[in-house]
Design a protein around this ligand. Structure first.
Ligand SMILES: C[S@@+](CC[C@H](N)C(=O)[O-])C[C@H]1O[C@@H](n2cnc3c(N)ncnc32)[C@H](O)[C@@H]1O
Length: 284
């Protein structure tokens, strides 16, 4: 994590690119947790404030990212050939298309985000034509994402697709998050997958949960909302939820390879403690 101390290398002439370097961005804060350099002083200050309150925040971010990698590998191995990654973020390696295309180079991935810093960064990362596309979209207006002509020219919405809402829904209100999930479920065909990770305040939420929300109120999303298992389960109602169900992200098939039956639950993990829950559902 030494890189986190390094001065930002990012981004070139941000204002001209539509990026406001003075408003902390949840994508750039997350980038800082992951040890990236696509962040500004205001992002680092927010992240450090958060780390003082919750020292395990960077570990949680890495666990979340690792979950995403395991899920994408699992789904690609199961035959999923299209991914829509909403709230894609800034990571520089082990992105969805890279993981999935190791399974099959024909996999198509669309990255969607509303943060100009993410869009600039993601476009710069793509080197080969057609390996993935990046579209601007706001999860609070899912029709704008699924009706986007660029997305529809690239993804066949008559064929199964995995929609990734990973570390996204906690930046939305209950109403917005429910509407997004409902829209996704209607927009994709049977045999598609919904993947969610969501901040969980714990079975017995500690006081710092409210302080953490206050810290994030000064960011570009203006909020972070923890949710419990019952709320997350409501998003998967009627779906087949893949084993091991709705669990902490680090408990989801640790050491997973679908060709490796040795994956197991880690009994050391406290499922009731605050953290990030994840789940994968197959749409009937
Ligand atoms: C914590 S990052 C997660 C990145 C990635 N999904 C992961 O889990 O590794 C959250 C991302 O969601 C994006 N985001 C937040 N609110 C959004 C919205 N309303 N519409 C689209 N993207 C949003 C942020 O810009 C950021 O890139």
């Amino acid at each position: 994590m030494d890189d986190r101390k390094a001065p930002s290398a990012a981004p070139r002439d941000p204002v001209a690119l539509g990026i406001d370097p003075d408003i902390p961005s949840v994508a750039r804060i997350y980038d800082y947790y992951l040890g990236g350099k696509e962040n500004f002083p205001c992002d680092r200050a927010k992240a450090e404030e958060m780390i003082r309150l919750v020292p395990e925040a960077p570990v949680a971010a890495r666990n979340n990212r690792a979950f995403l990698g395991r899920v994408v590998h699992t789904l690609a191995t199961e035959g999923v050939r299209q991914f829509i990654d909403i709230g894609a973020g800034l990571p520089t390696q082990e992105n969805v298309h890279q993981i999935a295309r190791r399974v099959d180079p024909a996999v198509r991935t669309v990255y969607v985000d509303f943060d100009p810093a993410v869009l600039v960064h993601a476009r710069a990362l793509l080197t080969a034509e057609d390996e993935a596309i990046v579209v601007e979209g706001d999860a609070r207006h899912p029709a704008g994402i699924f009706e986007n002509p660029e997305l529809r020219a690239y993804i066949d919405l008559k064929r199964p697709v995995a929609v990734l809402l990973v570390a996204l829904t906690h930046f939305l209100s209950d109403e917005q998050a429910d509407a997004l999930v409902g829209y996704v479920r209607r927009a994709v065909p049977s045999g598609s997958y919904l993947v969610v990770t969501q901040l969980f305040p714990g079975d017995d939420p500690p006081e710092y949960v409210e302080e953490a929300a206050a810290i994030y109120s000064g960011t570009n999303t203006g909020a972070v909302v923890g949710r419990g298992r019952a709320h997350i389960a409501s998003w998967f109602e009627g779906m087949k939820v893949l084993e091991p169900g709705i669990v902490r992200v680090e408990s989801w098939r640790p050491r997973s390879r679908v060709d490796d039956p040795a994956w197991r639950m880690d009994t050391e993990i406290d499922e009731g403690a605050p953290g990030i829950l994840g789940a994968v559902g197959r749409i009937p």
